[in-house]
Design a binder for this molecule. Structure first.
Ligand code: URP
Ligand code: ZN
Ligand code: ZN
Ligand code: ZN
Length: 484
């Protein structure tokens, strides 16, 4: 059974050209004019692009006394409806739990996925067992990325000594550390001060996490990674202070990546000052939304290349779950949705405004991610031999975002009422048509785990350089007699 996408314009991270695409057994087998196959998808007037990859999602995440409400079924259905064909979730061991045991739990949950997926491993505690198991995680389980939370004191947070030890281990294993960069000690102190002063509403969340706590932690993480001799990836970069630290480090030759979220690019801090408690609480996430100055910085970073990818950090809680924090904003589960909306929102606010070219759009939603996470060109490419994870985007198709029409399991959408133009006509996951002109044809369990190899080119280059400049005793021609 073969499928041909006909009459479209292929858009990759570096090329735009008219061609048909033929797919067999889940892979792209031919690219050229006048192709035919058993099934034809008409892409007239559309762009044929690598499906979106979301490098940062939390499906059914155990967090703040509850579980995020989109699981691997509803979450990946939402992804496909919005043109995203792969997600990367975070495997979170309990304190003291074996990393390998945690993977078994995540393997069970992910059996329901409608599209392909991979995992990052979180370092939630530190000890000899973690140090030892990191090797099996990389070598046997195909997970080459390790997440570190500098925030969430008393829960997921790790300290600087643990981070340095883990980063050093990542360097040895050819893995890439990821960091949630906020100064958890300062946040915890500010939270208590705000509560004591009677600031217990959702606006307290924003007040307790100013841009400085993120900028400081970002810089610290980058410097620690540099000392450990490993590249580093900063998740949900939301502000100029953090972007500035990344930009400066990159200009000094340090290998660091920055990941803005579609939420931070398009929603601002005024959401936390809404008169409606539910409205503001539904938008509580860390880091919080910021003002226009920060948004402009993030857009500029995508244009300049100092920020490389756009994610969602999809972590969806229902209104009832958000209400755990009535009277105490520190108990509002942190997280927002976005999986179905990332591509249409970025196309509308990025490409349709002229901030991004279509090729840059593909780079930041798919190709750069595949390269950084070391799964290119299996993913993130329209190329013979690549997986047929494809979005056929119709630039004239439009809608107004509404929770009533979404795939996500929650009862609201943070982008409610936004008008978007640029929507999938078709989404294909390994050749299977999952979205057909608005019709959802997803298949629970179709998704497969994607193993990722260590020692990406950047790790190799950096370890070669670090080895060259490593401390060495000077070979001297003459040693004077000892003074004693
Ligand atoms: O508020 C957020 N971002 N929730 C999800 C967990 C995390 O910090 O990424
Ligand atoms: Zn985070
Ligand atoms: Zn996250
Ligand atoms: Zn299938």
């Amino acid at each position: 059974m073969s499928t041909v996408i006909k009459n479209g314009t292929i858009v990759t991270a570096d090329l735009t050209y008219k061609s048909d695409v033929k797919i067999e057994d889940g892979k792209i087998v031919e690219i050229g004019p006048d192709l035919s196959g058993d099934e034809t998808l008409d892409a007239t007037g559309c762009y044929v692009m690598p499906g979106g990859i979301d490098p940062h999602v939390h499906l059914e995440m155990p967090f703040m006394g509850t579980y995020s409400s989109d699981d691997f079924d509803s979450g990946t259905r939402a992804a496909l409806a919005g043109g995203t064909t792969m997600v990367v979730d975070f495997c979170l061991p309990d304190p003291g739990q074996s990393l390998l045991e945690a993977i078994t739990r995540w393997d069970n949950k992910s059996q329901r996925a409608n599209c392909d997926y991979s995992f990052h491993m979180a370092i939630t505690w530190w000890g000899e067992q973690v140090f030892n198991e990191m090797e099996a995680v990389v070598r046997d389980k195909g997970i080459n990325t390790f997440k570190h939370f500098m925030a969430y004191k008393g829960a997921l947070m790790v300290n600087d000594d643990e981070m340095f030890a883990s980063f050093s281990r990542c360097a040895e294993l050819g893995a890439l550390p990821l960091v949630h960069a906020e100064n958890g000690d300062v946040v915890a102190t500010m939270q208590q001060k705000l509560l004591a002063e009677g600031n217990n509403g959702p606006e307290g969340h924003a007040y307790s996490r100013p841009a400085e706590v993120e900028g400081e932690a970002t810089n610290r993480a980058i410097m620690i990674a540099d000392m450990a001799g490993v590249p580093v990836y900063i998740v949900h970069t939301s502000c100029e202070q953090s972007h500035e630290a990344i930009r400066r480090a990159r200009q000094n030759g340090i290998r660091v990546y920055g990941e803005p979220l579609i939420q931070h690019l398009t929603l601002d801090e005024s959401e936390y000052f809404d008169k409606d408690w539910d409205h503001s609480a539904r938008r509580v996430m860390s880091p919080p939304f910021r003002n226009k100055k920060h948004q402009d910085s993030l857009w500029a970073g995508l244009q300049a290349g100092s920020l490389q990818v756009v994610a969602t950090d999809h972590c969806a809680f229902t209104t009832d779950q958000k209400r755990y924090g009535v009277g105490d904003f520190t108990k509002i589960p942190n997280g927002t949705g976005g999986l179905e909306d990332r591509l249409p929102m970025l196309w509308t606010y990025g490409v349709n405004t002229g901030r991004l070219t279509p090729n840059e759009f593909v780079a930041v939603t798919s190709t750069n991610i595949a390269k950084i996470l070391n799964m290119y060109p299996k993913k993130g490419a329209i190329m013979v031999g690549a997986d047929a994870d494809i979005v056929v985007l119709d630039p004239n198709k439009e809608k107004t975002i509404s929770a009533g029409a979404q795939q996500s399991a929650i009862d609201y959408n943070v982008f409610e009422g936004k008008h978007v133009k640029g929507l999938p006509r078709f989404t294909l996951t390994r050749g299977k048509v999952a979205i057909y002109d608005g019709e959802v044809r997803t298949e629970e369990g179709h998704g497969k785990f994607v193993k990722r190899e260590p020692f990406q080119a950047v790790n190799k280059a950096l370890s070669t350089w670090k080895e060259l400049v490593a401390p060495r005793p000077v070979e001297r021609t003459g040693i004077p007699p000892s003074g004693v």
